[in-house]
Design a protein around this ligand. Structure first.
Ligand code: ZN
Length: 277
């Protein structure tokens, strides 16, 4: 079920929302980034890794959204990391079992039975000064930024030429801004795109959290596409984005709604900013 995208880097694409789990081979086992969504898929991934003689020695969640915080018991009990801000957000939002029940309400009803929530969000925060994932494998740089979610991180596996982008730079999802977690979501998102642009000069393979992998040309194209979307959102311009255009097939039932809510949310913010007092 795993597909190699670069030397020592493999991915599995979930049936849910084209979510990509990323496996990076290290010396004594693998790092698993955003393990997946459906229980049977994560169990199959665990089996495949076991057959390859590659235990999971570390995990990483790119950001504190439920579909990136899951884990399956068969993946074992390796340390799971996220940025400090990611881990703090998980602690705030998931303080107890009742909070987990609320998470279940966010999951599409047709799959909720198949999503194992027992090990949701058990991530250890890496302090901001930790620039690399602490593990025995290729150097993986943590590129933290404020854009899609608090403490969102892209991961740069420089020696393999791979950028794991989390929920940025997707070919199927429009940029989804964190409208509540930051004072200036538009400028934060643009700053994050500049940061990724600066880091991705030598990248050959781009792996988004959802959607298709891309080559070097796609890194540039998707940064440009996401920037154009954010500019259109900021300026309330008419959108010409293929991801929410008439020919889009992915998410056509719900992505236009996401776009409309982002427009409304930003209009409301600028309205409240203008209110005296
Ligand atoms: Zn996601």
């Amino acid at each position: 079920m795993l597909r190699q995208v670069a030397d020592g880097v493999l991915i599995h694409e979930s049936e849910f929302c084209q979510s990509n789990a990323v496996v990076v081979q290290g010396r004594a086992g693998v790092l698993l980034i955003d393990p997946g969504v459906l229980g049977y898929e994560m169990a199959a991934l665990a089996n495949d890794l076991r057959e390859l003689g590659q235990p999971v020695v570390a995990g990483f969640s790119t950001h504190p959204h439920w579909d990136h915080l899951l884990w399956h018991p068969r993946l074992g009990s390796a340390p799971r990391y996220g940025t400090a801000r990611c881990a703090a957000t998980v602690r705030d939002r998931l303080p107890d079992a009742r909070a987990k029940a609320r998470v279940a309400e966010l999951i599409p009803p047709d799959i909720v039975e198949q999503v194992p929530l027992d090990l949701l969000g058990l991530v250890t925060g890496l302090p901001a000064e930790v620039a690399q994932i602490p593990w025995d494998g290729p150097r993986i740089r943590i590129i933290e930024h404020q854009a899609h979610a608090p403490g969102h991180a892209a991961l740069l596996i420089g020696e393999r030429g791979v950028l794991v982008a989390g929920d940025m730079l997707s070919d199927v999802l429009i940029p989804m801004l964190d409208l509540n977690g930051t004072a200036d979501p538009i400028e934060d998102y643009l700053a994050a795109l500049r940061l990724l642009e600066g880091a991705a000069g030598d990248v050959d393979v781009l792996v988004p959290g959802h959607g298709s992998t891309g080559g070097a040309d796609q890194v540039r194209a998707r940064i440009d596409q996401d920037r154009a979307y954010v500019h259109a959102l900021r300026d309330a311009h008419v959108l010409s984005d293929p991801r929410v255009g008439p020919a889009a097939t992915f998410g056509k039932d719900w992505l236009p709604g996401v776009h409309a809510r982002q427009l409304q949310g930003l209009a409301r913010r600028s309205g409240s900013d203008a209110t005296p007092g």
